[in-house]
Design a protein around this ligand. Structure first.
Ligand SMILES: NC(=O)C1=CN([C@@H]2O[C@H](COP(=O)(O)OP(=O)(O)OC[C@H]3O[C@@H](n4cnc5c(N)ncnc54)[C@H](OP(=O)(O)O)[C@@H]3O)[C@@H](O)[C@H]2O)[C@H](O)CC1
Ligand SMILES: [K+]
Length: 511
């Protein structure tokens, strides 16, 4: 699903109004009707007090129109206009009039007003600012937002939590509606998924307001949300008349004394995701452990006991994953550098492999095109430099990806795969996966997909999704705290089955 920027949403609005030959208040009415249906289907007339805080733009207009629908259905409502500007939008004014015609006069809040009483049992509708917020809210509006947050009432945010800009970090973190349930129109907003701004959102849902489908389809966006519908077409089914050679020979290179487990996890994931053959290349100390832990994996060792000082693979690997637990000894760095010069195929580079590249950036020249780099935020910072907020981080990563023609997987709650100017935001995974070795499993997963013929970008997007899904299945059985990296590997099979499961509705349609 495409993630639109605010200017793209305004453009889609405009085109929809032209193509459907409607007036703009019809779109607002659709938005309000959807909001109303959402609330009404849950409350079914329950007499809970609903307090609506409406700004003076179209977000406020949505709130006003919603208030009218709630009133018509006898809900107990209180409506405030947060009067932060004299520049009221036409559709806001129209809906204010419609409300007044029904004998409801909202209270106008200004700098001088006392903060209204809000009980924890109330429902608050936050329609103060929408995607039009373009500067810090005035201090008194900020205080009102803090007051709403402190009330512990259930807050339903219209389109986007007020105080949160759609294209950057908030100016004042306490002047943002927090922990709300967000009902957002038509398309998801990027801020919902970034670590610095996603924290303001408890849950979100999309409401369809009938924006023109052709316009939505044709618009090219910088970001895409990756869910089952996006991933399923990438799946490459296994063929009946195939053999292990069909699915490639992966090589996982890494490990040092005390860190052989990283290679074990990656190799096991690589095999479990479907690589035909897997060979691990480790220092001598890893031989027995690996052969015992994963008998299906073949093991090659270097000449040293505790670290890698030279990498020799006596065959041409289909795909390579390198870096987990490898360390940064001078000899290891030299071996890594020589291997980069030798390899012409894209490979997956993780952990110390990335730290070596950050320390010796000249080596980036030798990284094969379309290689996949899988940094966590600290490793990314070493590669691209510091950033002031998530948006700058993404810009820097796009520039890095373009410069080196590499795919960068920024690991996090919503892992984002960046290739050149575009980012793919993952939707699977859970906090239980913030655990040792989880990244090694991801490297093995992506390597194993490449060895089966997935193109690098697809391997990254599909691998990140599958890895997250395996973590989700694992967490559903064990709880978040008990998710271990080995548990993620164990659930890769269930993740495939979950991905390929035919939804009940489709099943009955076919019978
Ligand atoms: N397609 C859709 O998704 C639809 C969405 N709708 C709703 O419309 C809003 C966006 O409405 P808009 O009127 O553009 O913007 P806001 O309501 O968010 O803000 C109103 C104006 O306030 C000004 N502004 C911005 N920041 C501040 C500030 N800190 N203090 C004071 N004033 C501020 C700004 O105007 P300026 O000219 O003064 O810059 C804003 O324009 C969207 O979120 C949805 O809720 C439609 O109802 C249906 C289609
Ligand atoms: K809002």
């Amino acid at each position: 699903m495409k993630i639109f920027s605010a200017p793209q949403i305004y453009q889609a609005d405009k085109s929809t109004i032209e193509k459907q030959q409607i007036s703009s208040d019809i779109l607002m009415e659709r938005a309000a009707t959807q909001l109303f249906e959402w609330i009404h289907s849950r409350l079914r007339g329950t007499q809970v007090k609903i307090q609506l805080f409406c700004g003076i733009g179209n977000n406020g207009g949505d709130g006003m129109a919603l208030a009218r629908l709630l009133l018509e259905h006898d809900y107990s409502i209180k409506v405030y206009v947060v009067n932060y500007s004299e520049k009221r939008s036409e559709d806001f004014l129209l809906n204010l009039e419609r409300l007044k015609e029904r004998k409801l006069w909202p209270d106008f809040l200004t700098k001088e007003s006392e903060l209204p009483e809000i009980s924890p049992d109330d429902i608050v509708v936050d329609a103060i600012f929408g995607i039009g917020l373009n500067r810090p809210p005035d201090a008194w509006v900020g205080r009102l937002i803090q007051h709403i947050n402190a009330s512990r009432a259930f807050v339903l945010a219209v389109d986007i939590p007020s105080g949160l800009p759609s294209n950057g970090a908030p100016w004042n973190p306490s002047h943002v509606i927090q922990g709300s349930y967000v009902l957002s129109f038509q398309v998801p907003k990027l801020v919902f998924f970034l670590p610095g701004t996603g924290v303001y959102i408890n849950q979100w849902e999309l409401l369809d307001i009938g924006l023109d489908t052709e316009v939505l389809q044709k618009t090219e966006t910088d970001f895409e949300l990756i869910g089952r519908p996006e991933v399923l077409p990438m799946y490459r089914p296994r063929l009946k008349f195939s053999h292990k050679g069909t699915y490639g020979h992966s090589v996982i290179i890494g490990g040092s004394y005390g860190k052989i487990g990283a290679v074990q996890l990656a190799s096991n994931a690589c095999l479990t995701v479907g690589s035909g053959l897997v060979t691990a290349f480790v220092p001598k100390c890893g031989y027995d452990a690996l052969q015992t832990a994963v008998p299906e994996v073949m093991v090659l060792t270097g000449s040293r006991d505790k670290s890698i000082s030279g990498i020799e693979i006596p065959f041409e690997p289909t795909a390579v994953g390198i870096g987990m637990g490898i360390g940064m000894d001078d000899d290891t760095v030299a071996a890594f550098s020589a291997f980069l010069k030798e390899m012409k195929k894209p490979m997956v580079i993780d952990a110390d492999g990335l730290n070596i590249l950050a320390k010796y950036p000249e080596m980036l020249e030798d990284v094969p095109e379309f290689s996949i780099l899988t940094p966590h935020p600290k490793e990314l910072e070493r590669l691209v430099g510091k950033w002031k907020d998530d948006f700058e981080k993404l810009e820097k990563t796009k520039a890095f990806s373009t410069k080196h023609n590499a795919i960068v997987v920024i690991k996090g709650a919503h892992t984002i795969t960046v290739y050149k100017g575009k980012g793919y935001v993952n939707t699977t995974g859970n906090p239980g996966m913030a655990t040792a070795g989880s990244g090694d499993v991801l490297t093995g997963t992506i390597t194993g997909l490449m060895s089966q013929g997935y193109l690098p970008l697809q391997a990254a997007i599909f691998g990140v999704y599958l890895h997250g899904l395996a973590g989700d299945v694992c967490a559903s059985k064990n709880g978040y705290e008990a998710v271990k990296a080995s548990g993620i590997v164990e659930h890769i099979g269930s993740a495939y089955m979950e991905l390929l499961r035919q939804p009940e509705a489709e099943k009955s349609d076919n019978t």
